[in-house]
Design a protein around this ligand. Structure first.
Ligand SMILES: [Zn+2]
Length: 329
């Protein structure tokens, strides 16, 4: 019996601190190397589901319907970041073709490329897809670019591990990437990432605090996270981000509205990622044209990049900067 009681006491004693640090763990997990191999897809049953493509219908509710439905974020799960976006997301929010011509005057492909600064990484390629406009105050969502052109896009998140050698590796492989940085990870040394912008990479928005329960925040709170980081990055790097990636991937209608209200053009998620030195695909077993690949600035970045490059070469895809392809600068 004493044993039994003892165990109880021990549990009670530990429970307080454990609860207290639970929230911190969710964040600090990103600072820790993802030593656990492939935890990612285990997080939620919904996550391994099919690509959004199947269900573009879920975009129902208009403007500010807070609907934490988009795969409730397994908030405590430390590995949530590596989780794939929930299957219910409308990935490419059906680009309204010809009919919407009035809104954005969708330029013919040749003209889409005509904007001056863009197109650096395109090497003469003329994109065949135009980013859908903001409709009803809601930013579109991409988990992949719907193209058959032999291109692939690289995104690198967070910003926790800062090494010149990682930048050098990207350069060696001729890769330009979109960096989704969160203030929480770069605040101590934001200027480090100016090296990336000088080298032609672009910095995008991944919130201020990287709160993994992001979709449970109110609209105003989400907006503060997004606008705050957009302002910070504009001030630091001289360019206002155009894309937003929510911590862990999930988003709500509120998120889409807040992204638009902060002056950004789209939410960008993914269907393929390099993690723990290997590739993980939500669909199929290799990279597809138009895939947006997720990586992180983590200790194992070199192994992740090597896994990506092998997959990219196997698939015969050219790495293009997402902002160039979508002419969003
Ligand atoms: Zn992240």
């Amino acid at each position: 019996m004493p044993r039994h009681l003892n165990r109880h006491r021990r549990t009670a004693r530990v429970a307080g601190p454990v609860l207290a640090v639970a929230g911190v763990l969710a964040i600090s997990a990103w600072l820790v190397p993802a030593s656990a191999p492939n935890v990612p897809s285990a997080v939620s049953p919904r996550t391994t589901a099919q690509p959004a493509t199947a269900q573009a219908g879920t975009t129902a509710a208009p403007t500010t319907g807070t609907r934490p439905s988009q795969g409730s974020p397994a908030a405590g799960a430390p590995t949530a970041e590596t989780r794939v976006p929930p299957s219910s997301m409308p990935p490419t929010t059906a680009p309204p073709p010809a009919s919407e011509a009035s809104t954005t005057a969708p330029p013919p492909p040749s003209e889409a490329q005509g904007s001056p600064a863009a197109a650096d990484s395109l090497g003469g390629l003329v994109p065949d897809y135009v980013l859908p406009p903001i409709v009803d105050g809601l930013a579109p969502v991409l988990t992949k670019v719907p193209t058959e052109q032999k291109v692939v896009f690289v995104s690198i998140d967070d910003g926790a591990v800062k090494r010149d050698s990682d930048l050098a590796l990207l350069e060696e492989n001729g890769i330009k990437a979109s960096l989704f940085l969160a203030h929480a990870f770069i605040a101590g040394e934001p200027q480090f990432y100016a090296k990336y912008t000088s080298a032609g990479h672009l910095i995008e928005n991944h919130t201020m605090t990287h709160n993994l329960a992001f979709i449970h925040l109110s609209y105003e709170e989400q907006k503060a996270e997004i606008c705050g980081m957009a302002d910070f990055e504009e001030q630091q790097y001289g360019r206002r981000p155009v894309f937003f990636r929510p911590p862990g991937g999930p988003y709500t209608q509120d998120t889409r509205a807040a992204v638009a209200a902060c002056g950004l053009k789209a939410i960008v998620d993914w269907e393929a990622k390099a993690n723990a030195g290997r590739m993980d695909y939500q669909v199929g077993s290799g990279l597809r044209p138009g895939d947006i690949v997720l990586m992180h600035f983590r200790p194992e970045f070199p192994a992740d990049l090597a896994a990506f490059v092998a997959a990219q070469k196997a698939a015969g895809l050219k790495v293009v900067l997402l902002e160039d392809y979508l002419a969003t600068g």
